[in-house]
Design a protein around this ligand. Structure first.
Ligand code: DMJ
Length: 689
């Protein structure tokens, strides 16, 4: 047996040139391994220890290093992208952007501030530097950390006010930029007077015309624009200023809402309530009184050719009566044109089914096409003011047509209410049931919403009928005493007189702007021989209604005020956040008109003038129309509501015109009585005794 032979030789390996890489690597690995094996155990341990240390260090520092690298890489990408996009802006878009920049108005608050809405893009567009698919500002690298709120950059939300136009442009750009990928939010914002508002107020389809004007920046002041309040003097032709305001309102209505119920001046569209051309009809007699012949002729043409009451539509009995029936009757009296009387007759007969109820207290709603009436879905009650403020119109319709059913129906309502239990010293609850004919919700008394025009129509029916109906006078006199006893109070700080509310014997020092009809009505009563202290109260309440405008930052009254009854140096008026809106209501200017006619005190005209200037400053919309606003306490961002109520043309501007007119025979208060929508109806000759 032989032991295994020992290899006493050195082997040589020759490299194959064609397999160089592979073999060489393998060889290197083999040679490294051999070298490793040749190291002492201590050396090997040291190397292993150092490697382990390196590994641990590497693992610990990995996240921050990767973040830095990622950040660097993102920024490089963004800079690259930004560069590319700026270069890629098509020349025509770039020129629009440049123009917008050049034409931005100066940073001064004024009646025509803020970019207009682009109707071509719908209500949801911000005109100006908008280039939706072309981001033009550098995007912040870590967007979510800087702007956690997806609705927009914090500065935009906090400020609301974007009166600095440079700032505004920048912020609008930020809206576009920061809400990339947030299409819904971006589309909800439109701009007016520097305010950003929700476009969902603008639900109607955008108009297609006048795109150029809409897209243009606000026009420079034109002669029709108001002078600022601080230069309010008698030098300005106030009557002409009212006509200008009317023309401006009408322009918007004509262009964007013609034949529809209401103008939405911000979105340049319209809103429909009954689908009967409400604003157009409510405005007819105002145009006649203001001498706006062309406008009147166009409107008359629409009434003749387009107005039809043969429509399957539910209308509110009260609103349709005071605005449309009243408007047609008044226009008939002013013009003598039979067209308006024929329309009034047609409408009046279609409203009559409302009175077919078990109690003869009319339902609130009637379908004028089907001849079916009904109460609101949630109740069989009607609002007290609504069923007792349709009498002037129906009574006049009977007189003109010699058809007694209209007058009989509304007189029956007054007879029922006259003898109904549940009143407190002449004050009436706010609801009445159409089945039982009884008051409901007893114990709550107000001169504001739901009850206001009941008191107004007691006096005015008495005047209309030649002061012959004693029950009406009795109810009116008793009610004024009830108001004085239960509702009239004075503020603590400076003894301002106001009319509060009563709820189950608890007094609430709250007054709706609607109550500001009362000074005028009290003055009218005093003018017609009622007690002199009615006029004293009228003077005091007129002052309070004036203060409701005067003390607000916009010079416009809120919808509701509360009064402080504590003796202190604090404010008399408190406005709660939910009550800060102004709907372009007429009651204060209505009362100013009566007060001026009966006293000739020029301060009433000056107060009315200030109100007109404030309407022009804070509610006038570039392009046409006036808008109700959300916040009379914020002159920088009044918050347009995108609605022009028909009574702004039917009442507010009409009363302002009559207030400033020196012609006391223009709708003399000894010959006409105004319905609650400012439509003039003749006072009947006194019946023989
Ligand atoms: C008008 O429709 C009438 O004046 C009504 O009597 C009360 N509300 C509005 C105006 O504010």
């Amino acid at each position: 047996m032989y032991p295994p032979s020992r290899k006493d030789f050195i082997s040589l390996t020759l490299n194959d040139p064609h397999s160089h890489t592979y073999n060489n690597g393998k060889h290197r690995r083999q040679s490294c391994w051999r070298k490793w094996k040749q190291l002492s155990r201590l050396q090997r341990s040291l190397i292993l220890f150092l490697l382990a240390l390196l590994l641990i260090f590497g693992l610990l520092s990995y996240p921050s290093m990767t973040e830095q690298w990622r950040g660097l890489s993102d920024r490089e990408d963004w800079l690259e992208l930004n560069d590319r996009e700026v270069k890629d802006i098509p020349p025509e878009v770039k020129s629009v952007l440049d123009q917008a920049e050049a034409k931005d108005p100066p940073p001064v608050a004024g009646p025509h501030m803020g970019p207009a809405v682009d109707p071509a893009a719908g209500a949801d567009a911000v005109v100006g530097p908008k280039a939706p698919n072309v981001p033009i500002l550098a995007k912040p690298p870590i967007k979510n950390k800087t702007f956690p709120n997806k609705r927009g950059p914090p500065s935009l939300q906090k400020d609301g006010n974007i009166s600095d136009t440079v700032g505004r442009k920048k912020q609008v750009q930020e809206v576009v930029q920061d809400e990339e990928g947030e299409e819904v939010d971006k589309e909800k914002i439109i701009s007016w007077r520097g305010a950003l508002i929700e476009a969902d107020q603008a639900t109607e389809p955008p108009p297609s015309n006048n795109e150029k004007e809409a897209a243009a920046p606000p026009a420079p002041a034109n002669p029709a624009d108001p002078v600022p309040p601080e230069v309010s003097t008698g030098a300005v032709d106030r009557l002409e200023a009212v006509c200008d305001a009317f023309r401006h309102a009408w322009k918007g209505y004509k262009e964007y809402a013609w034949g529809h119920d209401e103008l939405k001046p911000i979105s340049r569209s319209f809103g429909e309530w009954f689908g009967l051309g409400l604003t157009l009809i409510d405005s007819l007699d105002t145009m006649w009184i203001l001498g706006l012949k062309e406008e009147f002729a166009e409107a008359k043409d629409w009434v003749e050719k387009k107005l039809s009451f043969d429509k399957n539509v539910d209308v509110n009995l009260f609103e349709t009566t005071i605005r449309i029936l009243g408007g047609l009757l008044s226009t008939y009296h002013l013009t003598g044109d039979q067209l308006f009387l024929e329309k009034a007759k047609d409408l009046g007969s279609r409203l009559m089914p409302a009175f077919k109820t078990p109690s003869k207290i009319p339902f609130s709603d009637v379908n004028i096409g089907k001849g079916i009436a009904h109460p609101p879905r949630w109740t069989s009650d009607s609002t007290l003011a609504e069923v007792t403020s349709i009498q002037l119109e129906f009574r006049e319709l009977s007189r003109l047509t010699q058809e007694p059913q209209y007058q009989e129906a509304v007189n029956e309502v007054m007879r029922l209410v006259h003898k109904l239990p549940g009143k407190q010293d002449g004050l009436v609850p706010m609801f009445i049931n159409t089945n039982s004919g009884q008051f409901t919700h007893k114990g709550v008394f107000t001169l504001g919403a739901r009850a206001d025009s009941y008191y107004e129509y007691l006096l005015k029916q008495w005047i209309q009928g030649g002061k012959a109906e004693d029950d009406l006078l009795e109810d009116y006199l008793q009610a004024v005493e009830g108001v004085k006893k239960h509702l009239v109070r004075q503020t603590g700080p400076s003894r301002l007189t106001f009319v509060g509310e009563l709820s189950h014997s608890r007094f609430n020092p709250k007054m709706d702007h609607l109550v500001c009809f009362l000074p005028g009505t009290l003055a009218l009563g005093a003018h017609n021989g009622l007690p002199g202290d009615h006029m004293d109260l009228a003077v005091q309440l007129m002052e309070t209604c004036h203060q409701m405008y005067q003390q607000m930052e916009t010079g416009l009254s809120p919808e509701i005020v509360h009064f402080s009854m504590q003796a202190s140096d604090g404010p008399n008026l408190i406005v709660k956040p939910a009550d800060r809106h102004n709907l372009l209501r007429p009651e204060t200017v209505e009362s100013l008109f009566y007060m001026y006619r009966f006293t000739k005190d020029p301060k009433y005209r000056d107060w009315g003038w200030d109100i007109l200037l404030s309407f022009n400053n804070y509610t006038k919309v570039p392009g046409g129309g006036y808008t109700s606003i959300n916040n009379v306490r914020d002159p920088v961002n009044p918050g347009p509501r995108d609605k022009m109520e028909s009574f702004f043309l039917g009442e507010t501007l009409k009363y302002l015109y009559l207030l400033f007119s020196d012609d006391m025979e223009l709708l003399s208060l000894d010959k006409y009585v105004f319905n609650t929508e400012a439509h003039a109806l003749p006072i009947w000759p006194s019946p023989p005794k």
